[in-house]
Every structure is written in structure tokens, then in C-alpha cells.
Design a protein around this ligand. Structure first.
Ligand code: C2E
Ligand code: CA
Ligand code: CA
Length: 700
């Protein structure tokens, strides 16, 4: 009961919360900062290495300075990118609004210029919060006619949209100045001070929990935890020095809670014990993107720099990771305090910089106590286990039931939507007709974006053995009312929106996942997927496709249509060879319905031909039967495997099995006679059923 409640409340609520539009805008916006962060962190690492290796100090300072400079623009970039995402949501011109949001941060830092500490503490928070407030405010102001400087279309959509941001932009900037100035009138804000006494450290458990919890809580809102409670951290640093002095004087050590203990045991890898999170991702997450991020941030995390995870996952304003992000440092602090007070591990007596690498920091700050290193390892493991279920849950929510919403190609879709709107605003492209067509396309895509996509698998049966030999993955889409739509219908819109490569890559990953799912239950069946020529002939997409399919060890193959063969022969040929290199087979789909395939066929090393249903239908008629047998003979001559599609009746099957016109070699039959496409879970049943039938017939 309690568990169900927990699940209901946290998992579901948090997932719902996490998918709200504005939080999504923040997450995606933060992601755009990642390259900058990595560059900045790279300089930090270099400067740390230079320092450790005793390079000349100007060089160390130079590298550290580069890190600091880039870091200082991060809040500006954060504001701009969140502003950009929100502008899309509110249908405002993106770049002008993004630049306004950036200007808001500059304004805020200027207003707070006499309060550098408050400014340093809150600048990222302001960068996140101000677009969240200001973009909707701009959108609202924009609705009032009086804020629009231009109403006529005389100047073109683009210019008009930009100019009309001036008044709302000025008003929101002014409001920001007024709000901050008023806040500065409040004495407490001016003398913004965290708790400050060394005495507080006398009650280590309470203070330890306070410091670690408040640090996580602040980071959750993008407030720099260490800056916010700087006085307390100063006291914690001082405690280490006092411990060192006490040790030297032969007196008892007073401060169990200190910067050394927190740095080594609570903030392993940075705020929230990020190294634990990172290990949890590497050990327990199946999400490619999360794992990639974890690998990228590993070297930084070893130096206790957690920014990449904070921004990339992100942790900031991500309700799904908040609980462990809070719990891990708190629990680790309490355990470390108990162990140190029990005397099993020495207290910290030497000051060590925050960026001293994990394990080494524990060793150095205790002046060589290996038990401290052991404790750090244990707490690292414990923290990893605490993070594990949350990391798994994120992935599970993403793939639940193998179905995915087009919403998950979000960025792509947004990109398109954005492009559509940009073109719509382009003064050159004012032809009314084009606009109407684009608006229509856009609304179709919007409609499709609410569909839920999934795959079904149509079995294929050998004409010789009667056993199921493979299946074709076919896409299905369910709309909000539960109605299932045919691929003919939605694929044309996706193709027009140039989204086919994204669709194909999604299908590929779903098929691989299905194959792996079967494999776990001891079942295996080759799958083919349909790949459009746009995917095949664009090297970047082709590479991704090969990368995805390589995870299925050649058990997921590819169907391409003839039109892929008439494009760039060189590129297509190379792609086919790459696919075959990972063990995948290449099928020519709808063979005989396109153009010029015959003349090109010998140039491509394909494995199978799929004969289109129209030839099977035509077989009723003597001429049609001749065409079909001719085709079978042709494939045989080229030594190609043959799949015959759309076999619906026993007569059609009998014709194919009779071996009339061909040598009686194996044909693979795919059609409703045997089965329509089945859900992934039903395929195993079909395969078993076929095997039983064949067995019975053999026995009879
Ligand atoms: P296709 O690749 O030729 O797929 C075979 C189509 O014939 C499927 O239609 C299948 O349900 C249908 N079919 C199979 N057996 C019979 C039969 O005995 N009689 C009849 N009348 N039809 C049969 P579906 O699923 O509607 O797919 C239509 C087309 O949409 C596919 O034709 C393919 O071109 C495209 N498509 C489907 N899924 C995907 C996908 O995941 N990616 C891409 N790029 N295209 C897809
Ligand atoms: Ca096909
Ligand atoms: Ca086909």
C-alpha cells in the first residue's frame, strides 16, 4: 500500500510535473549550454593539472582565468536559451526574445553591482527565473494592440515581429529594475547573510544535515549553493585549520564536522554526491544519452565538478532526481559523522582544495588515513545504490511499453515548427499560397505530434518448411481517441516535414529493443525495418542507423525501395556495404513497382528482393502469372533471396509452392494468409503455433 502510494505520488506526479512545458523548456535550454560548460571545465581541469605538475603560476592563473571568464557568461547563455525555448512555446519571435532575456540578466547584475555576493549567489537563479516570468509577460503584453509599434504588414513579418518586441521588452526590463530596487530596500536582502557561527558546528549532526540539504535544495533552483551559504562554508574551512592546530598542539580535535568531511564524504564528485549519480547511470541506466553524458562528465566529476550533470541531465529543476540529490549527501554526512566520532576514521586536519581528486582528497585531508579512503569508497557505493532506482525510473518512463510519443522527437519537431514560423515571417516569402500550405502542413504535424507510435511485426513463413523465418516491423499510430491510423496516412506528412530520417532511426531503435526483449526470454527472430532513401543517402543519418543496428548483431535488417538505388550510387552502395559489414541484410522492397531498378540492380550487393503484392494479385490472370514466374526466375538467376508480399489466399500460396516457373527453391511468404502484423508480444506465440502445425503435418 505504502509502496503504491509512493509510486503514485512520486513517480507519476513527478513525471507529470517533469513534462510540463516550462520545465521542458528549461531542460532543453540548459542542454544547449553543455558545449560551453565542457570547454570551460576543460580549462579548469588543465589549470588544476598545471598546478599539480608545478607549472609556472602565471600559466595556472591564465587557464583558471579562461575557466572563470567562460563561466561568467553561462548565466547569460542560460537566460537566452530558456528564453528562446519559451518564445517558441508562446509563439513569439525567438531570437529577439532570447536577446531580451539575456539583457535582463545583465540588468539584474548591474542593479546588484554593489552586492557582489548576492549577485554571485543569485545570478543563475535570475537567469532561469526571469525568462520564466518575462517571456509569458512579453507574450501577454504583445496581445495588447497599444504595445505594437507596427500593425501593418508593410515591413514584412520578420521585421514587424521584431519591432513589436520593443515595447514589451522595455516594460519587462523596467519592471525588473523596479522589483530588484524594491527588494534592495529590504534590509535583510541587502545584508544578505547566511548563518555564520563556528558555534553552529558544535552540533555536527544538525548542522551537517542543514548544510548538505540546503546546498542541494538551492542547486535544485539553480542557486549556487556554496555562494549562498558562504559564511558557513568559511566556518567549515576554518574548522579544518583549527583541527590541524589542535593536532599539532597535542590537544583533542574539536570539529568533526568541517569542510574536509563534507568535501570528501558528502559531496563526492561535487554537489549531491554527483559521482554516485554518475556511477548509477553507468551501471544501471540503459539510456544512451544519459550514459554519454555520464562518460563526458566523469573526468570532471573526479575533480568534484558536477556542472555537466547539473545542466545536462539536468538536476536543476528536475523533480525526478531531486530526492536522491538531497538524500545522498545528507545520508553520507550522517554516516561519516558517526564513523569519525566513533574514531574509526581520522577527522580532517589538513586543508585540501575542493577540486582535489576523489580518494586523494580523503587521503590528504586526514594526513594519510587509508580508512578515510575506504569510507569514501563505501559511501560512494551506497550513494550509487540510492541513485540507482531513480536513474532506472527515468529510463523506464521514457520507453514504457515500447511506445513513444512523437513528442519525444521534440527538438526536431520544434525545429521544424520553428522553421515553419520563420519562413512564415520571411518578408521574401510572402506568397499567400505558400503560407497557407505551410500552415496546413504545420497543423497536420501538430496533430500527428499527439499520436502514440508503436511497432507491429508481420511474420514471414518459408514456402518449403512452413516455419516462421522472420518478420517485418510496421509502424502504427494511435491518436488521442484510441483510433489506429495507417502508415500510408501519417508517413506522407512526416515525409513532407522531412522527418523520415528521425522516424527511421526511432523505428530502428525500437526494433533493436524488441529483438533484445525477445532475446531475454530465450526467443530469437530476425526483423526487417523499412528505411527511406533520405536516411540512407544522408551520411550522418546513415552512420547513426548503422550504429543503432549494430547492437542487434545482424538480426535487424533493412528494407529499402528502388528509388534509393537511382540516387547517388556511390553513397548508397557504401551504405549497403556498411550495413552488411555489421551482419544486417539488405532487402529491395516493393520490387518491380519503381523505376529503373532492373538496370541498376547488378551494381548493388543486395541480399533479398521483396516482390510487391500487385504481382501476386495479377497472378490470377495468365499474363500476370507469367510476369510473376519471370520475376522469380530473374531473382533466382541473380542468386537473390525472395520474399513474396501480400499473399492472401490458399490459391496464391499454392501457385508459389508449386514451383511453376522456378526451380522450387525456397520462397519467403509474407501476407495475411499466414498473419497480419502482430504486437511484439504475440509473435512468439505465432512462431510456436507454426512449429506445432508443421510437426503435426509431418506426424500425420
Ligand atoms: P510495405 O513496406 O510494402 O509493407 C507491407 C504492407 O502491406 C503493410 O502495410 C502490410 O500490412 C501490408 N500487407 C501485408 N500482407 C498483406 C496482405 O496479404 N494483403 C494486403 N492487402 N496487404 C498486406 P502497412 O502496414 O499499412 O504499411 C504500409 C507501408 O507504410 C509499408 O509498405 C511501408 O512502405 C510504410 N511503412 C510502414 N511502416 C514503416 C516504417 O516503420 N518505416 C518506414 N519508413 N515506412 C513504413
Ligand atoms: Ca516493407
Ligand atoms: Ca513492400
Amino acid at each position: 500500500m505504502a509502496q503504491t502510494l509512493f509510486k503514485l505520488f512520486f513517480t507519476q506526479r513527478l513525471a507529470a510535473l517533469a513534462s510540463t512545458e516550462s520545465l521542458r523548456a528549461i531542460r532543453e535550454g540548459l542542454l544547449w549550454i553543455l558545449p560551453c560548460l565542457l570547454v570551460s571545465a576543460g580549462f579548469l581541469l588543465l589549470s588544476e593539472c598545471a598546478r599539480v605538475l608545478n607549472f609556472p603560476s602565471p600559466l595556472v592563473a591564465f587557464l583558471a582565468g579562461l575557466h572563470a571568464k567562460i563561466s561568467s557568461v553561462i548565466p547569460l547563455l542560460v537566460a537566452a536559451s530558456i528564453g528562446y525555448m519559451l518564445a517558441i512555446q508562446h509563439r513569439l519571435p525567438q531570437l529577439p526574445v532570447a536577446f531580451l532575456c539575456l539583457a535582463h540578466v545583465v540588468i539584474a547584475t548591474f542593479v546588484l553591482r554593489d552586492y557582489p555576493r548576492a549577485s554571485a549567489t543569485f545570478v543563475l537563479f535570475i537567469a532561469i527565473a526571469s525568462p520564466l516570468i518575462n517571456v509569458p509577460a512579453i507574450a501577454r503584453l504583445h496581445r495588447y494592440r497599444w504595445t505594437r509599434l507596427v500593425n501593418e504588414d508593410l515591413v514584412g513579418h520578420n521585421l514587424k515581429g521584431t519591432i513589436n518586441m520593443v515595447v514589451p521588452g522595455a516594460i519587462t526590463a523596467l519592471l525588473l529594475v523596479v522589483t530588484l530596487s524594491l527588494l534592495l530596500q529590504v534590509p535583510h536582502v541587502v545584508q544578505f547573510q547566511g548563518p555564520d557561527m563556528l558555534d553552529a558546528l558544535q552540533s555536527p549532526y544538525g548542522s551537517g544535515v542543514f548544510v548538505t540539504a540546503i546546498n542541494s535544495l538551492l542547486w535544485f533552483f539553480g542557486i549556487h549553493g556554496v555562494y549562498a551559504i558562504q559564511p558557513l562554508f568559511d566556518a567549515l574551512d576554518q574548522a579544518v585549520v583549527l583541527n590541524g592546530a589542535a593536532l599539532a598542539a597535542g590537544e583533542p580535535i574539536q570539529y568533526v564536522l568541517n569542510a574536509g568531511l563534507l568535501g570528501c564524504f558528502a559531496f563526492i564528485g561535487g554537489s549531491g554526491g554527483s559521482l554516485c549519480l554518475l556511477l548509477a547511470i553507468l551501471l544501471f541506466s540503459k539510456s544512451q544519452s544519459m550514459r554519454l553524458l555520464a562518460v563526458a562528465s566523469l573526468p570532471l566529476s573526479l575533480f568534484n565538478v558536477s556542472e555537466v550533470l547539473l545542466f545536462g541531465l539536468p538536476i536543476i529543476l528536475n523533480p525526478r532526481l531531486f530526492i536522491p540529490f538531497l538524500a545522498v549527501p545528507v545520508i553520507n554526512t550522517l554516516l561519516a559523522l558517526i564513523v569519525v566520532q566513533a574514531g574509526w576514521v581520522s577527522p580532517a586536519v589538513a586543508s585540501v582544495p575542493f577540486t582535489a581528486p576523489v580518494l586523494l582528497n580523503a587521503y590528504l585531508s586526514t594526513q594519510g588515513d587509508l580508512a578515510a579512503v575506504a569510507l569514501q569508497l563505501v559511501l560512494l557505493g551506497l550513494g550509487t545504490l540510492i541513485y540507482a532506482p531513480y536513474v532506472r525510473a527515468i529510463h523506464r518512463q521514457a520507453v514504457e511499453g515500447g511506445t513513444v510519443y512523437l513528442k519525444s522527437f521534440d527538438t526536431t519537431f520544434r525545429g521544424l515548427e520553428e522553421k515553419g514560423r520563420l519562413l512564415e515571417m520571411d518578408p521574401v516569402l510572402t506568397s499567400h499560397k505558400a503560407l497557407v500550405r505551410q500552415a496546413l502542413e504545420l497543423s497536420r504535424i501538430q496533430q500527428i505530434s499527439d499520436y502514440e507510435f508503436y511497432l507491429e511485426f508481420q511474420p514471414q513463413v518459408s514456402s518449403l518448411t512452413g516455419l516462421c523465418t522472420g518478420c517485418e516491423a510496421l509502424m502504427r499510430a494511435r491518436d488521442g481517441e484510441g483510433k489506429v491510423h495507417s502508415p500510408w496516412e501519417f508517413l506522407q506528412w512526416l515525409a513532407q516535414a522531412r522527418l523520415m530520417p528521425d522516424v527511421d532511426l526511432w523505428v530502428a531503435s525500437q526494433a533493436v529493443r524488441q529483438y533484445q526483449k525477445w532475446q531475454k526470454t530465450g526467443f530469437a527472430l530476425p526483423i526487417t525495418i523499412n528505411v527511406s532513401s533520405a536516411t540512407l543517402t544522408t551520411p550522418a543519418y546513415g552512420r547513426q542507423l548503422v550504429q543503432i543496428l549494430s547492437q542487434a548483431n545482424g538480426h535487424v535488417s533493412v528494407e529499402i525501395t528502388e528509388d534509393a538505388l537511382v540516387g547517388d550510387i556511390q553513397v548508397t552502395r557504401q551504405m549497403i556495404e556498411k550495413l552488411q559489414a555489421i551482419g544486417a541484410k539488405v532487402y529491395i522492397d516493393d520490387f518491380g513497382t519503381g523505376f529503373s531498378a532492373l538496370s541498376y540492380l547488378h551494381q548493388f550487393p543486395v541480399d533479398f528482393i521483396k516482390i510487391d503484392r500487385s504481382f501476386v494479385v495479377a497472378q490470377q490472370d495468365p499474363k500476370g502469372a507469367q510476369v510473376l514466374t519471370g520475376m522469380l526466375r530473374f531473382c533466382e538467376a541473380l542468386n537473390l533471396g525472395v520474399v513474396v508480399e501480400g499473399v492472401e489466399t490458399a490459391e496464391q500460396l499454392a501457385f508459389l509452392q508449386s514451383g511453376r516457373g522456378h526451380s522450387g527453391a525456397e520462397l519467403i511468404i509474407q501476407g495475411w494468409y499466414f498473419s497480419k502484423a502482430l504486437p511484439g508480444d504475440a509473435v512468439q506465440g505465432f512462431v510456436r503455433e507454426r512449429a506445432v502445425k508443421v510437426n503435426d503435418e509431418a506426424g500425420a
